[in-house]
Design a protein around this ligand. Structure first.
Ligand code: ATP
Ligand code: MG
Length: 431
């Protein structure tokens, strides 16, 4: 019996995993540069953690959640996104208290699960990298988070990025706009898609996010939320825009943009990339915004938050399309060639000594002929070979050869065991 991986999942194999590691290590470095620390939360949570935060009418809750009852009859869900779990942890561990410095800044990376129709850059198990910052209302913090997202994608080699920006305002803005949207859409009720009919009275903003083409035509003429911003919300949005300007970060205000999750308010943004790798036009790689109220929603005190999530699969597809060069994470320094079975123990000792000296080393384990071993060394692009045959074994020496220059010297095994780096440095001046 041979098994296939479940639909919508992927194996990330050597050859690709280097790109993933490069993404993750670049992100970790940059995050620490911005003073965000890593948080790791469970891969599954109580169902309510997501249903309360994402919103009853969101695609995530209505269609996409992997939820199940465990053997103890608990209603659990694999996490569809990262923010809800982080907020749950923030509240449960009382990180809102005076012991922690605010803003409290964290990042996460890991798999997320959504039951969706798989297509390029859209899977059922996918990966997100995200950041959250709690405890400040400052518009400049929104901008720090946006700048971090831009920096990350730029550092990973993406070009042709577009930052789309909008404001969803505060509670007052939302309720005024909600009514205006209902008034506008009601005369077209019969034309709306089934999803949008359901959502019109529960959560009309969600109709703006509909992927149905006719819905999209209808909402094109809908009133703009920006006309409903309260003075305070306008002030917040203006300061976000002014700070982006002062950092030289370009953006387009897109008044029709809402986000897939219910919890956003004030600033929302998406960073999109234009690449044929993900179909025609711009595709969203990174998205986020402000979610004041979410901490309270999960039982914490009033505490503002802002963050983003980025889809790693889409990012990697874009990087491959842009042919971003990935640094070789494990180049081979030394390939140890053993001639004859009797050298096998000594070559094992040598290969270990080289590794312990801080260099990368490998050897043959298939009793290949010397010629085949040298071919392997070439194919793996080894910088040096160290060769031991029966004569060398008797003399307690090895032949050290630079693959770049062809230069070859005989060295004592004792000196290899003593300090291999020193051997290389004294024998090959180019190093
Ligand atoms: P979309 O409108 O494309 O479905 P979304 O609004 O559901 O996106 P978010 O919940 O904001 O997406 O997630 C942030 C990012 O995670 C997205 O911009 C995307 O890059 C990525 N993402 C979301 N769903 C998937 C998926 N099923 N497979 C791979 N990546 C995904
Ligand atoms: Mg989605």
């Amino acid at each position: 019996m041979r098994y296939q991986r479940p639909k919508g999942t992927a194996d990330i194999l050597p050859g690709d995993s280097e790109t993933w590691q490069f993404v993750e290590s670049t992100a970790r470095h940059l995050f620490s540069n911005y003073r965000f620390a890593e948080i790791r939360t469970p891969m599954f949570e109580n169902f309510e953690v997501f249903s309360r935060t994402s919103g009853d009418t969101s695609d995530i809750v209505t269609k996409e959640m992997y939820d199940f009852k465990d053997k103890g009859d608990r209603h659990l869900s694999l996490r569809p996104e990262g923010t809800a779990g982080v907020v749950r942890a923030f509240v449960e561990n009382k990180l809102y208290g005076p012991e922690t410095t605010k803003p409290y800044k964290v990042y996460y990376m890991g798999p997320m699960f959504r039951y969706e129709r798989p297509q390029s850059g859209r899977q059922r198990e996918f990966h997100q990298i995200g950041v959250e910052a709690f405890g400040s209302d400052a518009p400049e913090l929104d901008v720090e988070v946006i700048a971090l997202g831009m920096d990350l994608l730029t550092r990973l080699g993406l070009k042709h990025l577009r930052l789309a920006l909008n404001s969803l305002g505060d509670q007052e803005t939302r309720s005024a706009y909600r009514q205006a949207l209902i008034d506008f859409l009601e005369p077209h009720f019969d034309e709306l898609s089934e999803d949008s009919k359901v959502r019109l009275h529960k959560n009309p903003l969600r109709v703006l996010d509909s992927k149905d083409p006719h819905d999209q035509e209808l909402v094109a003429d809908a009133p703009s939320i920006l006309d409903f911003l309260t003075p305070a919300a306008t002030e917040h949005f203006n300061r976000v825009k002014a700070s982006l300007d002062s950092l030289g970060i370009d953006y387009d205000v897109d008044a029709t943009m809402v986000r897939g999750l219910d919890y956003y308010n004030h600033t929302i943004f998406e960073i999109m990339a234009d690449s044929p790798a993900l179909g025609e036009g711009y595709t969203t790689v990174l998205a986020g915004g402000r979610y004041n109220g979410l901490v309270e929603e999960l039982g914490g005190p009033e505490m503002p938050g802002v963050g983003f999530g980025l889809g790693v699969e889409r990012l990697v597809l874009l990087m491959q399309a842009e042919k971003v060069a990935i640094p070789d994470v494990h180049p081979l320094d030394v390939y140890v060639v053993g001639i004859g079975d009797e050298t096998s123990v000594e070559t094992l000792k040598v290969v270990q000594a080289v590794r312990h000296a801080g260099l990368t080393a490998d050897r043959d384990y298939l009793a290949r002929k010397p010629k085949a071993q040298f071919k392997t060394a070439n194919r793996l692009d080894a910088r040096y070979t160290l060769t031991i045959g029966s004569q060398e074994l008797a003399d307690q020496t090895a032949h050290l050869k630079s693959m770049a220059t062809g230069q070859e010297v005989t060295v004592k095994l004792a000196s290899i065991y003593d300090d291999f780096q020193q051997v290389v440095a004294s024998e090959f001046k180019e190093d």
